[in-house]
Design a protein around this ligand. Structure first.
Ligand code: CAA
Length: 696
């Protein structure tokens, strides 16, 4: 293994290089030698300037997140940064790749920053439920000004080198050899003998804002609008504000205290769990390094409806041209028209230029002829959810697709093994289940059939990531991971109303929990007629749901469903629906009673956990953290609660089993019957992660 920190010399310039693959995180084994070498170099009179650089693919991408929650060993990152600031000779950070979190904080400890044109810089700690804890909330406002720093820190979004140069975060952007340029820059600074001012001592960008704190407080209120009940964004904003109201040292101490407070909280634990969960999801048993992804240069999409259109946009947005196939010219024209309209909305919002819109539209080719899909590397069908229809589509694809092309179904429920049988190449068939709106939602469930080849899975993961999705590999079952658990979550929704709850009460329990909307709001959005049709085809009924549909109340699209939608979007309780619920309960001889919020949680969310445990037990999900990744990225499960399985452990598995047992005893409904895995883990005080390890 190479040394994590080395010192080389280029004449009078010392170069300190950090080498800690894969992302040069500031682990203890980096901090210790870095601190020691910096002490030596500071006091070495033969050194006239220092360049801090990194080996490998990136500058330091942050503190080592795996060390969080454990006792952190000395030397700490803030001490190292403070030490750099004591240098009486120019210090220059040479930034390539991504300087993030503690990495950018380290770079800001230097007098100067020289960056490659492709470099990105940011403080993404908020996404881990914490704040930059090594002076970032204090130094960034001094370099780029409090307003920009506030936005960068509260959003966690990095900026590019050009923006960093314009805003004062970097001093030079170089196109050629980064290290050679950083050395040249350092040497020039040393030769100029100009006065060196540590970033912590700069004040010029703070003073004008101090003069109008009310305006800055208004900016804080604005950026916090999207903070979704999370603690970290508020704390980030408070800490940036402290830069304006406190001396540096005092504000930096407060920042450190905030950091320690947040890092031990459940929200940060949950968000760190999700960070690693998303990366873990890319590791699939049976898919190794030798399973090289196939090249996907052109994609075919069958169906230009809502799903097909959204899927096509996702690929085009990711730079991959798409051929869309429809049954008729009219349907094709309609579908392409909707896509163009969607891009038009982005233009009017300022997130896309007219030029970019034209370029994207030029990447779509419409056709009604299957033969035009013959040159596609990946073909995804998004047609009607009916096995007979899938049979026709896959049978035709088998005839026209080139050898090695991947054939995917966007089915939400159907058996992918069955679909694969309609072709002579089941090894090339899999499910690629996108979530609506497909051009926005990040989740991509990759459904692995019993014959799907490992390199086909590797390709789906790689192309999914390339177009900005979060891929999770799941097994074949009705509804896969997400929709199967969603079914369990909604199983008691009808009976809860009959027994005494109202849609508004139950939905409020969900939105208070942090979901973007409750079950009935979601149903209204999706359209109540879909479930009604399915129920009818299965010979099932739902007294309230059916009655609403019989009255033409299909949800938002008809202006009314469980709620009224006077403005087309905002749900308003409807006394007529409440009267209907009372009436249906009376018909069924149910005495309505007060239903507590706890009962709503127990009867909607606990069955969802139970179903998740079954899914894990059956091996449909590889690990419990995959289930969490599905729910956070596909269904809006609040990130601060880490996904359903992580949250279940916060609640306590024994408590969940105890309440499921209670409801199972009372109702006899299978949805409450605790899965053997859940029961076992609860009895052993175990965790879902233990179950995954045991299964591996
Ligand atoms: N600590 C520990 N491990 C890290 C890490 C970190 N800061 N950043 C990335 N890794 C690990 C990943 O878990 C992954 O490990 P596996 O290969 O074992 O799964 C590996 O490094 C590669 O990461 P990615 O797969 O994400 O690689 P990528 O090239 O797609 O992305 C990246 C690289 C943009 C740097 C991305 O990893 C990333 O965003 N990292 C986190 C950055 C971050 O949040 N920094 C702030 C840390 S907190 C902090 O610094 C607090 C402070 O104020 C002191």
């Amino acid at each position: 293994m190479s040394q994590p920190v080395t010192v080389t010399r280029d004449g009078n310039v010392a170069i300190v290089t950090i080498d800690n693959p894969p992302v040069n995180a500031m682990s203890f084994h980096v901090r210790e030698p870095l601190h020691a070498r910096l002490l030596e170099l500071r006091d070495d009179s033969s050194v006239e300037a220092l360049v801090l650089a990194c080996a490998g693919r990136t500058f330091v991408a942050g503190a080592d997140i795996t060390e969080f929650g454990k006792p952190i060993q000395y030397p700490f990152l803030p001490e190292i940064i403070d030490l750099i600031e004591t240098f009486q000779k120019p210090t220059v950070a040479a930034v390539h790749g991504t300087a993030l979190g503690g990495g950018l904080e380290l770079a800001m400890g230097c007098h100067f920053r020289v960056a490659e044109a492709s470099a990105k810089m940011g403080l993404p700690e908020v996404k881990l439920g914490i704040l930059p804890g090594a002076g970032g909330t204090q130094r960034l406002p001094r370099l780029v000004g409090p307003s920009k720093a506030l936005k960068m820190i509260v959003s966690g979004t990095p900026i590019g080198a050009k923006d960093a140069l314009a805003s004062g975060l970097v001093d030079e952007v170089v196109d050629g050899d980064l290290l050679a340029n950083a050395i040249r820059f350092a040497r020039e600074k040393a030769a100029s003998k100009a006065t060196l001012i540590a970033v912590s001592q700069r004040d010029d960008k703070l003073a004008p804002v101090r003069a109008n704190m009310a305006a800055f407080d208004a900016e804080i209120a604005e950026v916090l609008k999207k903070s979704k009940g999370l603690d970290a964004p508020k704390t980030c904003a408070q800490s940036v504000r402290n830069a304006l109201t406190m001396p540096f040292a005092e504000a930096a101490t407060a920042e450190r205290n905030f950091f320690h407070e947040l890092v031990k909280g459940d929200q940060s634990r949950a968000q760190r769990h999700l960070f690693f969960a998303e990366r873990e999801a890319n590791k699939v048993p049976g898919v190794g390094k030798d399973d090289k992804p196939r090249k996907i240069a052109k994609v075919g999409v069958i169906g230009a409806g809502t799903m097909g259109g959204g899927i096509s946009m996702s690929f085009v947005n990711g730079g991959i041209p798409v051929t869309i196939l429809e049954m008729s010219d009219e349907a094709l024209k309609r579908g392409l028209g909707v896509i163009e309209k969607n891009y038009g909305i982005s233009v009017s919002r300022g997130s896309l230029t007219e030029e970019a819109k034209a370029k994207r539209m030029s990447m779509f080719k419409g056709t009604t002829d299957y033969a035009d899909l013959a040159d596609c590397d990946l073909i995804i069908e998004a047609v009607f959810e009916e096995m007979g229809v899938k049979e026709k589509v896959f049978g035709t694809l088998d005839k026209i697709a080139k050898p090695g092309a991947i054939l995917a179904s966007n089915t939400s429920y159907l058996d992918v093994n069955e679909i694969a049988k309609f072709t002579s190449r089941p090894q090339d068939v899999l499910g690629m289940h996108f979530f609506s709106p497909a051009n926005v939602m990040k989740l991509l469930e990759i459904v692995r059939g019993s014959k799907t080849a490992p390199d086909v899975i590797a390709t789906a993961i790689a192309v999914g990531k390339a177009i900005g999705k979060v891929p999770v590999v799941v097994g074949v079952c009705h509804g896969f991971v997400g929709n199967r658990m969603l079914g369990a979550r909604g199983a008691e929704a009808e009976d809860l109303l009959l027994e005494g709850a109202t849609p508004a009460q139950a939905d409020k329990v969900f939105t208070d929990f942090g979901w973007p909307m409750g079950t009935y709001q979601m149903w209204d959005l999706a359209g109540l007629d879909i479930g009604w049709r399915t129920r009818k085809s299965l010979g099932k009924t739902a007294a309230i749901g059916d009655a609403l549909c019989e009255q033409g109340r299909y949800g938002q699209k008809t202006g009314k469903g469980y709620y009224l939608y006077p403005d087309g979007r905002t749900p308003v309780s409807d006394p007529e629906v409440e009267a209907l619920i009372v009436e249906k309960a009376r018909e069924k001889g149910i005495n309505r009673r007060d239903i507590s919020n706890e009962e709503i949680t127990e009867r909607m969310m606990y069955p969802m956990i139970n179903e998740g445990a079954r899914i894990l037990e059956e091996g449909i999900a590889i690990r419990s953290s995959d289930i969490d990744t599905v729910w956070v990225n596909g269904y809006g499960f609040p990130v601060g609660k880490g996904g359903p399985m992580f949250w279940a452990e916060l609640v306590g598995l024994p408590k969940i089993v105890e309440r499921l047992d209670y409801w199972y005893g009372k109702t006899g409904k299978e949805v409450y019957n605790p899965s053997p895995l859940l029961r076992k883990l609860a009895a052993q005080n175990g965790s879902f992660a233990d179950a995954t390890k045991a299964a591996a």
